[in-house]
Design a protein around this ligand. Structure first.
Ligand code: ADP
Length: 261
């Protein structure tokens, strides 16, 4: 905290990238990665002239390879940069492309920092209007490293409406404020489940928690994503709903978040 009070170290933009948007959450399992993927695809679906990339900064538990149905090692360019792997028109980079899927990733602070640096900068991103970064959950060193080393245009915070998730989401929002990253808003995920048989709606994790938190923090709600079987099933198959079921209400919900960003 001391060194932060003395001002941020010099930030250096990522070559070729206009705007970095980080997708964060206070805790794991709230749908952050699923949102990051569908947000990237949503931005590109809403405006096909925009080029969008995806960086998986969750070096401990990378999920982008599976969600984007990508596997394998990046090739090296003549300049010795890694070429991102590409699917659905989105160039992606993830620690999951560099280590075995089942290998336990046990490493220490400094190694994590240099890994993040490599995933950000030793990559031939080409020209991107947006680089969407799937952050690890929580408010740790990785989040600080990223926000201190690159100019971040804004943070999107994903939370369920449940108290415990909201508490952590609040911590996340406060961290971004401390490091002068604008919080673009909250995405409330899994707020409503509609029974596919009788259409009855149930608020499994509560109804409006994230909306209330957004109000107290003075930030926007970028959208509500329903708890939907299609989202889980398609994500598990590496077919994100924005591309696999573009006409569904759940895909529309993600595109709405993308246009609010
Ligand atoms: P996080 O990145 O926060 O750990 P994930 O995006 O990996 O969370 O999501 C955790 C699990 O919840 C995954 O199996 C994902 O498919 C599922 N999931 C996320 N959002 C939804 C949703 N709105 N409806 C149904 N399942 C969801």
């Amino acid at each position: 905290r001391q060194h932060m009070a003395r001002g941020l170290p010099k930030q250096k933009p990522v070559a070729g990238v206009k705007q970095v948007i980080v997708v964060a959450s206070g805790k794991g399992g709230v749908g952050k990665s699923t949102t990051a993927v569908n947000l990237a695809l949503g931005i590109s679906a809403n405006d096909q002239t925009k080029s969008v990339g995806l960086l998986d900064a969750d070096v401990f538990g990378p999920s982008i390879p599976k969600l984007m149905n990508l596997k394998g090692n990046p090739e090296l360019t003549e300049k010795n940069l890694m070429r991102p792997l590409m699917n659905f028109g989105i160039p992606c980079m993830s620690m999951g492309f560099l280590v075995e899927e089942t290998a336990p990733i046990v490493w220490r602070g400094l190694m994590v920092m240099s890994a993040i640096e490599k995933l950000l900068r030793q990559v031939d991103w080409g020209h991107l209007d947006y680089l969407v970064v799937d952050m690890p959950p929580g408010t740790g060193d990785v989040q600080l490293t990223i926000t201190q080393n690159i100019p971040v245009a804004g943070a999107v915070i994903v939370s369920t409406p449940q108290d415990i998730a909201l508490l952590d989401a609040r911590r996340g929002a406060e961290m971004f404020r401390k490091v002068n990253v604008p919080v673009l808003g909250l995405v409330q995920n899994m707020s409503v489940f509609q029974c596919p048989k009788c259409q009855h709606q149930t608020h499994i994790f509560g109804a409006d928690g994230a909306r209330e938190l957004a109000r107290t923090l003075g930030v926007d709600v970028l959208g509500d994503i329903p708890l939907h079987l299609n989202i889980r099933e398609m994500s598990d198959r590496g077919q994100p709903v924005v591309v696999s079921s573009p006409d569904s209400p759940e895909a529309e919900a993600y595109r709405n978040v993308a246009s609010a960003v």
